[in-house]
Design a protein around this ligand. Structure first.
Ligand code: PHE
Length: 339
């Protein structure tokens, strides 16, 4: 009883005093604990009476501690110099990388006309990156794509291991794994052993596309890419196709679009021609279909490939490709308003 009145009378002046009170009564060797120890010794009749008293005692002590604990905690905050009524500090929100923005847009445009997205490994063997795509062994066409080799002379019939130089390798994997029709695009990172400059990098991003079915013609290729350009760069953007060469397509072409900067008048971005090249394309070479066990008598198809950096530079008028890889926030935050 003496303790109960002591507890009731207790008013701590600060958190320190409260803590001492807590230790004295409720600590591991505190009075409450001690009493519960003694309680074990008494007779069952005594227990019934004493039990109630002890519980009241313990609860009173706990209630006191809780009552003041809250008060002191609030007090502490108020005096720690933090004004809880002030508005919070803004959280810096990141932004999508411009290359991601453009990749996303390209994927969306092609998905509207039924193209799926396919992905594959960045480390490839010679078969998927070159041989299946009709690059003959020791053919100079392999020099078009300066390759980073990882392992030569693997002894495997799939040949050397290298970093993929284009995502055409994903097309091979797709054709090997499935049956036509195929209609997919392959976005991804590719690697070429090139000197880094304002216009080139040893790492860049591509989106390639493949469409294989019965009776696919060059007209389908042109119309698909024309639609793509209208959606990506705006209605009225003109395109032109120039004959070109790729080992995996025949015939092959490169596609130019009217320069966005000068609208065809001629400026230093398009080197005064009014046109900018944005992609390579062509009808899939029957040899490639055969290599992937697809009946080249029955099926035809087209393929195309573009660099995301090039298109992003054009779309956002970025003059130096290296900016995409430096992750300077002053550059990146300019894309914050884009979704
Ligand atoms: N793979 C080619 C490259 O990386 C692009 C391309 C793809 C060209 C498909 C034609 C057809 O340059």
């Amino acid at each position: 009883e003496g303790y109960i009145s002591e507890i009731n009378a207790f008013t701590p002046a600060n958190a320190e005093e409260l803590e001492q009170f807590r230790i004295k009564f409720l600590g591991r060797k505190g009075i409450v604990g001690e009493m519960f120890e003694e309680f074990k010794q008494v007779t069952p009749e005594e227990k019934r009476v004493l039990g109630k008293v002890l519980n009241v005692f313990k609860q009173t002590a706990e209630a006191k501690v809780n009552e003041f604990k809250e008060q002191f905690e609030n007090h502490q905050q108020q005096h720690s110099g933090i004004d809880l009524t002030l508005p919070g500090e803004p959280i810096n929100i990141g932004s999508r990388h411009p290359l991601s923005l453009v990749r996303k847009e390209i994927v969306e445009i092609f998905s509207r006309i039924g193209f799926n997205v396919a992905e594959g490994p960045e480390i490839e063997d010679d078969w998927h990156n070159f041989s299946a795509l009709n690059f003959p062994q020791d053919h100079p066409a392999r020099d078009m794509q300066d390759t980073f080799f990882i392992q030569k002379d693997t002894g495997s019939d799939k040949g050397d291991i290298a970093l993929r130089t284009h995502t055409s390798s994903v097309q091979v994997r797709m054709m090997e794994a499935g049956k036509p029709p195929f209609r997919a695009i392959m976005p991804g990172r590719v690697f070429r052993n090139e000197a880094i400059s304002a216009r080139a990098h040893c790492i860049f991003h591509q989106v390639e596309g493949l469409y294989i079915d019965e009776n696919v013609s060059f007209a389908d290729l042109k119309q698909t890419l024309y639609y793509f350009v209208q959606e990506l760069l705006g209605k009225g953007t003109e395109v032109r196709f120039r004959p070109s060469f790729f080992p995996f397509t025949e015939p092959s072409a490169e596609m130019d679009v009217t320069c966005l900067i000068c609208g065809g008048e001629g400026c230093n971005v398009c080197k005064y021609t009014g046109w900018v090249e944005i992609l390579g394309c062509g009808m899939v070479d029957p040899n490639v279909l055969d290599n992937c066990n697809i009946d080249s008598k029955k099926y035809t198809g087209f393929a195309f490939g573009m660099g995301i950096e090039r298109i992003t530079m054009l779309k956002y008028q970025v003059k130096d490709l290296r900016l995409f890889f430096e992750n300077d926030v002053r550059f990146l935050k300019q894309f914050q308003s884009e979704i």
